[in-house]
Design a protein around this ligand. Sequence first.
Ligand code: SF4
Length: 409
Amino acid sequence: MCWMSGRLTRDEALRLYRSAPTSQLGRMADDARRARHPDGIVTYIIDRNVNYTNVCVAKCRFCAFYRDVGSREGYALSFDEIYRKIDETMALGGGQLLLQGGHNPDIPLGWYEDLFRGVKSRYPDFRLHALSPPEVIHISRLSRLTVPEVIDRLVAAGLDSIPGGGAEILVDRVRKLLHCDNKATADEWLGVMRHAHRKGLRTTATMMYGTVETMEERIEHLFRLRELQDETGGFTAFIAWSFQPEHTELGGVEATGVEYLRTLALARLVLDNFDNLQASWVTQGGKVGQLSLAYGANDMGSVMIEENVVRAAGAEYCMDEFEVVRNIESAGFIPKRRNMHYAVLGDPIFRERDVPRMLELAVARADGRAGEGSDLQAYEARSAAMRRARQHASIAASSLAPSDRPAAD
Ligand code: SF4
């Protein structure tokens, strides 16, 4: 049976997803992957996924990670904590942070600029893949600047590229039901990426499926990405993952592994203008992640050093560089380290020099250590909860006898 006539249309994509046998869909995606990557190389990156704050006003119904403003479990990392994470990442051969967080009303644009400048002055070659489109929109609303102005300021401070988080499904009916239309409508998410691409930044694109969307809406998401890529060519890669329901308000059950592989294969066929598709082994586990390489993926994403978001919703898969490489090689491919632009950097670093293995996933903060990082106090608090908390802290400090006060450092 002939499934497509030239470039895939929405109707053909739907028919393929609904009716093509999984093995056939996989073969078609594998052929498309091989046409773009005939050398048999599968790439991965060593970077660290750092969530600088879990305080968020967006309250997406699918999220188990966020805490309300004023929550005792809320945190915002200090610059020193983030620098320490960079040191650890570099020791493992990494050269980039994926830096994302909640929409914290008490973190102003100046905090991000100071952090980025601090990182670049200490680690000039280290890359900042930071702030998904909804975070950029949140900062633009807080600072009363336009999105292009915010991107300009962040780039001047050291932003290198933008991660594609917060796309979920780019259809507003779905976004309303998930309570994520306020953080960014479909057009707003695409608008940030369009501005970023026009300014020469490269970005990734994502899709979180398996919540309330129909198959037609999942396909619409892919086509909206394909259309923007036709216009700008700024996306480096596409990453799909399934909704992780544990501890979320939305709840429900997770999509199966076969549904993941079919969705990935379909994405490879629709997104004929994307070079790279990542395997989401963080949500699917190493074994399905490895199978993804036969269903259109040509990249294993990041080795895992730290994860907080999907872990909060129940996913606990962890692979260090050694494991990622073992999975790539046993699937018959050649593993290569890459950077954010998908330029190959070399062979596995553990074959070049001794690097510590890291099988335990790090988290943003050790349990029970919430609170704002000390340098955030230098910026004006915007939320009533934070202003009250700071007032109580200063009253408590001034009521201590001088000998009980902590020494300034
Ligand atoms: S997904 Fe992001 S924006 Fe939504 S509630 Fe969670 S941290 Fe906030």
